[in-house]
Design a protein around this ligand. Structure first.
Ligand code: NAD
Length: 294
C-alpha cells in the first residue's frame, strides 16, 4: 500500500480521498477548510499542517481543486508545491481547469523531474462516493499506467485522451454538453408543468423517449422527482452552478482558440451567467429556477 498526498477535499475530493483510504493507502491530506480536514481525519486520513507537509514522502500526489488559479497557486511559484515534491513523484491533478494552465503546470513539473498527468473526472458526487467516476487522462501512457492502481479505486472507467492537457479538453467538451442538456431538461420540464403536467410523470415519459439524457435520468432538476439528488435537498452539495459557469467559460476559451462555433454552449454559458448572479452557490441543476413560474 502506498503513501499518498491529497490536496482539496471538497464535494469531490473528500469522497475520493475516502476511497483511497478504504483501499488501504495511507493518505496525508490538506485543504483550506477546517471542516473538510475534520471529516477526513475522522475517516482515517492524516491531516497535514501545510501542503508541503502533505507531500513529504508521498509516492503520488492527487489534487482536486476548483479552478486554474487554485491549481497554479498550489503548484507554481516560489512557495509552490513543486518545490517540495521529490523528483520521480507522480502528480495526478483531477481538477477541471484550462488545458493551457494544466500544460503550464505539467511543464514546470517536468523541469523538476516530477511526473504530471491531468485526470479530470465525470460522474458527480455520487460517483465520487461510490468509486465509479470516469477519469479522462492527459499525459504519457506510462504515467497513466502508474496512476491506474489509484484511479481504479476511485473510478470504474479510465480513458486516455492524449498528451498533457488532452484530458481537460475532453472534459470541457463533455461539460459543455452537460450544461446544454441540463438547461434543456429544465426548460422542457418547466414547459410541461406550466401546461399542467406532473414533473415526475413527464420525466418518466421523456426518460423512455427520445429526449432521454443524463440530467433527466440521473440528476433530475425538478424537486421531488428523484431522491438523493441535489434538487431534493435544496440544491445543496453536488456540482456548484459557479463551477458549471467556469467550465462553460473554458469551452468558450477553447472555441475562440480553435476558431470553433459553439452557439448552444455560449447560450448555456449565458444562462448560467444570469443564474449565478443570484444562485451561484447552489447545485447546477438549480438552473430550473430560471424557468419556474411557481
Ligand atoms: P469544492 O468547491 O466543493 O471543493 C474544492 C476544495 O478545494 C474546497 O474544499 C476548498 O477548500 C479547497 N481548496 C481551494 N483552494 C485550496 C488550496 N489553495 N489548498 C488546499 N485546498 C484548497 O469543488 P468540487 O465540487 O469538489 O470540485 C472540484 C473540481 O472538480 C472542480 O474543478 C470541478 O469543476 C470538478 N468537478 C466537480 C464535480 C462535482 O460534481 N462537484 C464533478 C466533476 C468535476
Amino acid at each position: 500500500m502506498a503513501q499518498l498526498a491529497f490536496i482539496g477535499l471538497g464535494n469531490m475530493g473528500g469522497p475520493m480521498a475516502l476511497n483511497l483510504l478504504k483501499a488501504g493507502h495511507q493518505v496525508r491530506v490538506f485543504d483550506l477548510s477546517a471542516a473538510a480536514l475534520d471529516a477526513a481525519r475522522a475517516a482515517g486520513a492524516i491531516v497535514a499542517a501545510s501542503p508541503a507537509a502533505a507531500v513529504e514522502g508521498a509516492e503520488a500526489v492527487v489534487s482536486m481543486l476548483p479552478a486554474s488559479k487554485h491549481v497554479e497557486g498550489v503548484y507554481l511559484g516560489d512557495q509552490g508545491l513543486l518545490a517540495s515534491i521529490a523528483p520521480g513523484t507522480l502528480v495526478i491533478d483531477c481538477s477541471t481547469i484550462a488545458p493551457a494552465s494544466s500544460r503550464k503546470v505539467a511543464d514546470a513539473a517536468k523541469a523538476r523531474g516530477i511526473d504530471f498527468i491531468d485526470a479530470p473526472v465525470s460522474g458527480g458526487t455520487a460517483g465520487a462516493a461510490a468509486g465509479t467516476l470516469t477519469f479522462i487522462v492527459g499525459g504519457a501512457a506510462d504515467l497513466l499506467e502508474r496512476a491506474r492502481p489509484y484511479l481504479s479505486v476511485m473510478g470504474k472507467n479510465i480513458f486516455h485522451a492524449g498528451g498533457n492537457g488532452a484530458g481537460q479538453v475532453a472534459k470541457i467538451c463533455n461539460n459543455m454538453l452537460l450544461g446544454i442538456h441540463m438547461a434543456g431538461s429544465a426548460e422542457a420540464l418547466a414547459l410541461g408543468v406550466a401546461n399542467g403536467l406532473d414533473p415526475k410523470v413527464l420525466s418518466d415519459i421523456m426518460v423512455k423517449s427520445s429526449g432521454r439524457n443524463w440530467s433527466l435520468e440521473l440528476y433530475n432538476p425538478w424537486p421531488g422527482v428523484m431522491d438523493n439528488v441535489p434538487a431534493s435537498r435544496g440544491y445543496t452539495g453536488g456540482f456548484g452552478s459557479a463551477l458549471m459557469l467556469k467550465d462553460l467559460g473554458l469551452a468558450a476559451e477553447a472555441a475562440t482558440a480553435a476558431g470553433s462555433a459553439i452557439p448552444l454552449g455560449e447560450l448555456a454559458r449565458n444562462l448560467y451567467q444570469l443564474h449565478c448572479q443570484d444562485e451561484g452557490g447552489l447545485d447546477f441543476s438549480s438552473i430550473v429556477n430560471l424557468y419556474r413560474k411557481d
